[in-house]
Design a protein around this ligand. Sequence first.
Ligand code: GLA
Length: 377
Amino acid sequence: MEFIKNFKSELIVESPGRINLIGEHTDYNMGFVLPTAIEKKIVFQFAKNESPNKCQVYSTTFNTGFELDLNTLEKSSVEWENYILGVLNEISKRTNKLSGFNCTIESNLPTGSGLSSSAALECGLAFGLNDLFDLGLSKMEMVKLSQIAEHTYAGTQCGIMDQFASVMSQKGHMLLLDCRTLEYKPIPINLEPYKIILLNTKVSHNLATSEYNTRKNECEEGVAILKQDYPEVNYLRDASMAMLEGVKERISETVYNRCSFIIAENKRVHQMAAALTANDLETVGQILYKAHEGISKFYEVSCAESDFLVEFSKSNIHVLGARQTGGGFGGCTLNIVHKNAVDDFVNAATQAYREKFNIELDAFEVKPSTGTFSYSN
Ligand code: GLA
């Protein structure tokens, strides 16, 4: 198949990755999260082609692409193609306005690093097609259909945080999102003289999808028991530690640990929002360390590499706090580091990590940034 890579693009879409400051795995428990988009992103170029149904999608970053037929959409055995196909499938259910298009994708967002390159891909595509074919979808509709695409085509029963953050974020703010009502409040963030430094472990253990879905099931198991005594508990969001203690004898240790983590993590989101508002950076850092302990010991979605880097950061007095960010099993740790100490910290961490795991770290600063946007070429 001959790819048309140099077509005259009509539309450009910039679709960012995200970090999550706090509130991990709380989204599918209908709780709270505090993410924001970052400057690393996927850039799409779009143009309609002459065909009523044939489309080409090409990644210039990975030098690979595929052709698809809007009339015969089905799952692919190639992972990234499913994010595209899943979104097209959802859009096709809602409108018959789509026709053939060409699209190229360029990315500086590392994949499998807990920064939601999948949501950036889904939402960027939805955004572009919405503009190109005048589909009239609202931002929230695009967020929701992208999440469903991930469930149906990619097979991860994810919550709504990543898609929401990728599309709705505002520069200089974290989004305090209630994942049940979808109400949100932008919280200004000013960490001066500290910076947010990500250390990419460069590992993404392939447990991620299956273990993710298992965690969701374990939370639901906890809710089913809690509900016997507390009918008002529909999600862990509705539960308290006192309630959980009340049913402790009837649940396994594993389910108890999962539930206690989620209940505590939900609280941490509000504590974090308050600490940011009060500019209490020491507390910001302490909440991160506490959260990582929960991620590692009770929710068990960390790994040796992330644990090592978080532990390492504790030996540096210029780091206020750190934790693994995102779904887990590797990806990036998020570190709050004094601006004068960034180079020393990164160098020391790189060396220690190399000695321990024989892997070269990737380190970069991130800044809370704006969500998906498009412009005509
Ligand atoms: C992944 C999912 C999100 C969220 C995080 C964990 O990124 O896509 O919905 O559950 O993991 O917080």
